[in-house]
Design a protein around this ligand. Structure first.
Ligand code: GLA
Length: 416
């Protein structure tokens, strides 16, 4: 048993070293995506029904709502923008949805201080059946660069199951992006089915999805037998946390575990996240998603309608003390120090020596928590700041208090 654990640790260490070495660099030699990318993504609100007017409105809303100021600087266009290829095989946008073209849209988005993401797939067609990039990798990467694209989400629908083929296809696009003449961050989206945490950085990825698509619900109603099963049962917030916590060792500056979009503020009303039981969450659950995605260093891609957000949604998405944990320069993903049917407690070291601690009540009833910091591996005395209440709530060697069902407390501990 001990031998098995040792081998496992050595594999993690080796992959970690390889990933750091393999990190693809920006043109100026810096790391691309040194902290988890943040932004707003079209998919879970619009699905593939959007046009350039919607995107411009959302860009305006990213500025006026304070999202950009809080750090959400990517506007990610997902599936549904494509209009096929021209007579030179250049990929083109749908002329009805994007009559002014993507370059004009990118210019507009950039003029607002935002970056623009786009979407394709490692097969002939995308998940929603639009033109994709297989065998056109270099040509498409150059087109994206010429438009001023800053990020590519690269999906895997219609591609073979095999891991080696996936690695080859992703590397082909990763290399093409690096050769495109522009820094374009690369998001791998094969849903964790082929263990992308083992090879994602080596093929040029800055992030890789860890699970099936997020649905707007707390957890899968039928327990999933394994991660792949979530494609059928629908991945809720808790399911994604439970799988993604296993890959903490693989995340770091320039290579992140992507837990998929935030469903905060959707309330089960719209888009694909409403399928497979995605009838919506409570604000407590949305606040938990924000706390957990933050402490687990996931990219933060909101997907609600930014043009009309209620006060609770704004409070959750725009909490800059919470966002600072996600964007901390050390880039360490939190590790679960306690994990049982009732509680999950995560600890994440921060660059200034503080620790972030998240305490999630998994139970369907309120519970009294009583955790000593020593049992979380933190010796000594700490000042405890509650990042949702925005105030120091105590000092000492432990925290006890009530946590309501599905709530996550998020604290910053400072040694005293
Ligand atoms: C897949 C991805 C989603 C979204 C859709 C678009 O399901 O996992 O995030 O991009 O395709 O068709």
């Amino acid at each position: 048993m001990k031998k098995k654990i040792l081998i496992h640790l050595l594999v993690i260490l080796f992959v970690g070293i390889c990933n750091v070495k393999a990190q693809s660099k920006a043109i100026d030699g810096s790391i691309i995506a040194p902290t988890p990318p943040m932004g707003w993504m079209t998919w879970n609100y619009f699905a593939d029904n959007f046009n350039e007017k919607d995107i411009r409105e959302m860009a305006d809303a990213m500025v006026s709502s304070g999202m950009l100021k809080a750090g959400y600087d990517y506007l990610f266009i997902d599936d549904g923008w494509q209009g096929g290829r021209d007579n030179k095989n250049n990929i083109i946008p749908d002329p009805v949805k994007f009559p002014s073209g993507i370059k004009a849209l990118a210019d507009y988005v950039h003029s607002k201080g935002l970056k623009l993401g786009i979407y394709s797939d490692a097969a002939p067609l995308t998940c929603a059946g639009y033109t994709a990039s297989l065998n056109f990798e270099e040509q498409d990467a150059k087109t994206f660069a010429s438009w001023g694209i800053d990020y590519l989400k690269y999906d895997y629908c219609g591609a073979p199951d095999d891991m080696e083929i996936a690695k080859t296809r992703y590397k082909k696009m990763g290399d093409a992006l690096r050769k495109s003449g522009r820094d374009i961050a690369f998001g791998i989206c094969e849903w964790g089915d082929r263990k992308p945490w083992l090879w994602g950085a080596q093929v040029g990825g800055q992030l890789w999805r860890t699970t099936a698509d997020v649905r707007d619900k707390w957890k899968s109603l039928k327990p999933a037998k394994n991660a792949k099963d979530l494609h059928g049962t629908g991945a809720g917030i808790l399911d994604i946390v439970d799988y993604s916590m296993n890959y903490a060792a693989y995340a770091g500056p320039g290579h992140w575990n992507d837990m998929d979009m935030l469903v905060v503020g959707l309330y089960g009303k719209k888009g694909p996240s409403g399928a497979l039981g995605g009838t919506g969450c409570t604000d407590t659950e949305y606040q938990s998603q924000m706390s957990l995605w933050t402490i687990m260093n996931s990219p933060l891609a909101a997907t609600n309608d930014l043009r009309k957000m209620n006060a609770e949604t704004k409070r959750i998405l725009l909490n800059t003390e919470v966002i600072a944990i996600n964007q901390d320069a050390l880039g360490k993903q939190a590790v679960a120090k306690v994990n049982n049917e009732k509680w999950s407690v995560f600890v994440k070291p921060l660059s200034n020596g503080d620790f972030a601690v998240a305490i999630l009540n998994r139970a369907d009833n309120a519970q009294k928590a009583n955790f000593s910091f020593a049992e979380l591996g933190l010796t000594g005395n700490y000042e405890i700041r509650d990042l949702w209440q925005h105030k120091v709530i105590g000092k000492g060697k432990k925290w006890d208090g009530k946590v309501i069902s599905h709530e996550t407390k998020l604290f910053r501990l400072k040694k005293i």
